[in-house]
Design a protein around this ligand. Sequence first.
Ligand SMILES: Nc1ncnc2c1ncn2[C@@H]1O[C@H](COP(=O)(O)OP(=O)(O)OP(=O)(O)O)[C@@H](O)[C@H]1O
Ligand SMILES: [Mg+2]
Length: 504
Amino acid sequence: MEELTLQMTGIVKEFPGVRALDGADFDLAPGEVHALLGINGAGKSTLIKVLSGVYQADAGRISLNGRDIKINSPQAALDHGIATVYQDPQMIGSFTGYENIFLGAESDSAGLFPRIRRRALRARASELLERFPVDIDLSRPVGELSAVEKESIAILRALSRENMSVLVLDEPTSILTRREIDVLFAQIRMLKERGISIIYITHRLDEVFEIADRLTVFRDGENVATCSTSDEGLDHARIAELMLDRELSNVYPPKGVAPGADVLSVRGLARAGGFDEVSFTAKRGWILGVFGLVGSGIDELCKTLFGVLGRTGGTTEINGRTVALKSPSDAIAAGLFLVPGDRRAEGQISDESVSFNVILSNMARVAGLGFLINRRAERRDAAAMVEELDIKTPDVAEDVSLLSGGNQQKVVIGKGLYTDCEVYVFQEPTVGVDVGAKAGIYEMIRKLSAEKAVIVVGSDCEEVYGLCDHAMVLHQGRVVMDKPASEVRLEQMLLSGLTGGEGQ
Ligand SMILES: Nc1ncnc2c1ncn2[C@@H]1O[C@H](COP(=O)(O)OP(=O)(O)OP(=O)(O)O)[C@@H](O)[C@H]1O
Ligand SMILES: [Mg+2]
């Protein structure tokens, strides 16, 4: 048998109150793409942080090309040729793309970039861009870039490592557009040919079949299965079953029975460069689904509705009253709440406790005397939310940033549900959330829709279709489908979003 590139055995990692890894095993053959799967909090990111020197394991062995190694710092991992794109890439916002890519690579310059080096860096960067062709202006401070562009820079940074033999990608595509995913996959195939091994973490099962050779499923910090993606009988349902340890029944709750009263009415809404002439009505008891690919205008639509972006035309009425929503606080005061899609970029999560984040948007509910927050009420309400959304945390006082990615997303949802509004817009509600927890979130959204008007907006067609009672599709900023969901098939909706046509 060919020698393994990497072998991790019996890895244990404990945090206060959580055993994130409990004797985990994982290995990599030369030139293979090995997908690492598991529900939120299963220990995937922790394993790769042990591998990349961010955490020290409490027990276990790591061997690289047959030799036992110690990885006691991120630098040690890089020196061993292990490059990592983290789930939440850290970058210095005031530094340019170039600087962030080569940060730390030039240890002799101690992180400073004298003018003289810049030319050399630019030359290396343009060579990188030839291999990984994405359309980004690397001379801009990354703080000004979009989430997609930042993710691409994190990938470029990993690819810039010359001695790389293992590349780790922790949910790299959760915010990438299909175009960037294609570029990334092409790059992965090239790296494979050069014998580089890749660990690929994702919640998108179709990607696993598209790019991975083998897959491993983690549950509660342990390896429960490793198999080849070409194994017979292996499909999405089987993988979900391995992840959850139970059969996955229908993920989507039953559809609405009948539309109730009109709550939100939007006419001719427009934003130059984003979308034009968008009209719809959101009703109680009836979920409105808006599907569009990344770049179709759905992101601008959500932000304009919520008053984050200005509009160039159109009117909004809530419960029959015309409202001018010039800022998120206007929107909340008028009864409209947006649960945003990108928890990282939009600062929806602050470095505070889980309970504080949940109550953040509705302090009034737990206000005690004067302006003091009633801590007991905060704890009680947050604990109820943690229970209801099945948020995996040792305590509601835990710092949100210590939760796994998917559990952070659930906190964002919890925060939205805790407000008291008339209209709820959920944008990409389950980014980074595992299949089991998705069902719970869908159920809560459906439950909420009995009392409130609910709009679900996203680029995951199956999700929007599965949830909605009325289907709208946006393509290049225009509404190209607007029908009761019962008159539309999933394939039609998808095709309509892809091509702008109505689909047959
Ligand atoms: N620094 C930390 N301090 C305390 N607990 C932590 C820390 N990092 C991770 N955990 C906990 O360890 C467990 C595993 O987390 P991990 O981030 O590895 O999950 P994951 O499989 O990557 O999940 P996701 O799919 O949601 O990203 C979780 O319960 C998480 O809350
Ligand atoms: Mg993770």
